[in-house]
Design a protein around this ligand. Structure first.
Ligand code: SF4
Ligand code: SF4
Length: 487
């Protein structure tokens, strides 16, 4: 932007006027009222490519929680029970560090990605953009027509046709919101539970249904009314653009060197004589913009890089026999200096961190085990005189079974020689569950060499050793030991 303002300052020497578009948001009127945006339906190469990606992502979003791998939901993010399944692999609270590391990696990735590619994410894969532009807006075009028809419909008095169109649109909007929230709940609570809740009806699940209606209402409000305001004033990623983007970041950009000075279209010779640039001030780029801005003002916080203005301008350039790409993906520097994209120190620094984190996360995923066991001596307990020649300590064992089958657990005292006496039934851990049992370790008094004797356990399932766990056995201080029996 700085390049562009410098350029126009030199040309026009009127920076105050140039910056007036920054005085208020494009969707806020002089009186502070909301200006409703009626973007024209986009058409063109980029819109077609984005449509393919958007509908594939939507298909995945709505199908994924209802697909199963080996009997378990393919994707589950059950925050309440802290159970996560990602492509059939079950993750437990014990795996939380993997989740935290993955999130850190994702954040660094987003930062790095944004430094290089700007807001490509917003335009191509952001759920807000996909739902708004490829679901809700498309239904609106079908029911109310293109932008000018929508504007006329809103301006005219209520009649049967208007009531019918508006009611139909909002009923469909709300139905889609309900379907979307059911899908989101299936990701969080589990598809089976959500489908059971829906089939049982509100009488038996009033709390669940209240949540469903409330969340659907919020979702409906966002897409029926709030719309681009999410990107402009709510989204934290959008707010971060100012610090993440630099002059080398790729963005949807207007080539002001080629386009200015702009002027109405007239025969080529006349334009050349008048020293005009390629922008014919047709306004097509503005009229398609879903956030209501003019990309010719340079990079702006409101721009979600949706490419609609690129398609619109390319169509105009084709019509007037000019090269396409007056609005295109480019960096500020590329346009100002005609230099290729540069890899700067910030990109290298982020890349090194990102690579390190990816390697670490990959390593931690590979060493993750299916069964995890902890053995702890019961908190605050001391040794007990088991009989005249033995002491005992009491322990608790916890086993997390991340597999898909029941695991019978057997404990073996590896060192020193001694006995394990389970308190209650032997431990059988159900699939995907946490099992717990209490047991005694009984040691001969003459094997206790200090007040904290090291003990080593082998945790077995059938003949398979699952894990070796170390702990300590407390006894009296050797000097106080009352007996010295022999084997
Ligand atoms: S669509 Fe292209 S030619 Fe038309 S106003 Fe926008 S930049 Fe200028
Ligand atoms: S300026 Fe262009 S890319 Fe940016 S939001 Fe508007 S139409 Fe989309």
């Amino acid at each position: 932007m700085a390049f562009y303002i410098d350029y126009l300052n030199r040309k026009m020497d009127n920076s105050d006027e140039l910056e007036t578009f920054r005085d208020r948001l494009s969707t806020i009127g002089e009186e502070g009222n909301r200006l409703w945006v009626y973007p024209k339906r986009p058409k063109g190469k980029y819109f077609n490519r984005r449509s393919v990606i958007a509908y594939l992502l939507l298909l995945f979003l709505f199908l994924a929680p209802f697909l199963k791998i080996k009997g378990d939901q393919m994707l589950l993010f059950n925050i309440i029970e802290r159970k996560f399944i990602i492509f059939g692999v079950i993750f437990w609270p014990q795996d939380f560090y993997l989740f935290v590391l993955s999130m850190i990696t994702l954040i660094v990735f987003i930062v790095l990605f944004t430094v290089i590619y700007g807001r490509l994410f917003c335009g191509w894969v952001c759920p807000q953009t996909i739902f708004m532009e490829f679901v809700y807006r498309q239904i609106e075009y079908l029911i109310e027509g293109n932008n000018s028809k929508q504007r006329k419909l809103d301006d005219r008095d209520w009649d049967l046709d208007k009531i019918g169109r508006k009611s139909l649109k909002h009923i469909i909007f709300f139905a889609i919101s309900v379907m979307t929230i059911i899908t989101f709940l299936a990701y969080i609570l589990g598809a089976d539970q959500v489908l059971r809740m829906v089939s049982q009806g509100p009488a038996e699940n009033w709390a669940g249904f209240t949540a469903l209606v409330a969340f659907s209402g919020v979702h409906y409000f966002v897409f029926a009314k709030f719309r681009e305001q999410v990107c402009i004033i709510v989204c934290p990623y959008g707010r971060l653009q100012g610090v993440l983007l630099d002059h080398n970041s790729i963005q949807v950009s207007y080539d002001y060197k080629r386009g200015e000075p702009r002027g109405k279209h007239n025969p080529l010779e006349e334009r050349q004589k008048a020293g005009k640039g390629d922008c014919i001030e047709c306004g097509s780029c503005e009229v398609v913009c879903p956030t209501g801005i003019d990309i010719r003002n340079g990079s702006q916080m409101e721009c979600i890089n949706c490419t609609a203005c690129m398609d619109a301008c390319n169509a105009i350039m084709t019509r007037i026999n000019k090269p396409r790409g007056l609005i295109r993906y480019a960096s500020e520097r590329t346009i100002a200096e005609g230099t290729p994209l540069k890899v700067n120190a910030r990109v290298i620094f982020y890349s090194v961190i990102l690579t390190g984190l990816l390697v670490l996360v990959a390593y931690l995923f590979t060493i993750r085990t299916d069964v995890e066991a902890t053995i702890l001596r019961s908190y605050g307990s001391m040794y007990q005189e088991y009989d005249s020649i033995h002491y005992s300590n009491i322990y608790t064992i916890q086993v997390v079974n991340k597999t898909r089958r029941e695991l019978p657990i057997r404990l073996v005292l590896d060192k020193p020689r001694g006995e394990i006496k389970m308190m209650g039934d032997s431990l059988l851990v159900k699939k995907g569950q946490l099992g717990e049992a209490t047991f005694l370790v009984v040691l001969r008094k003459d094997r206790i060499k200090s007040s904290n004797t090291k003990v080593e356990f082998k945790i077995m399932s059938g003949s398979r050793e699952i894990e070796e766990v170390k702990s300590t056995f407390v006894g009296p201080d050797v000097l106080d030991k009352p007996h010295k029996d022999k084997d």
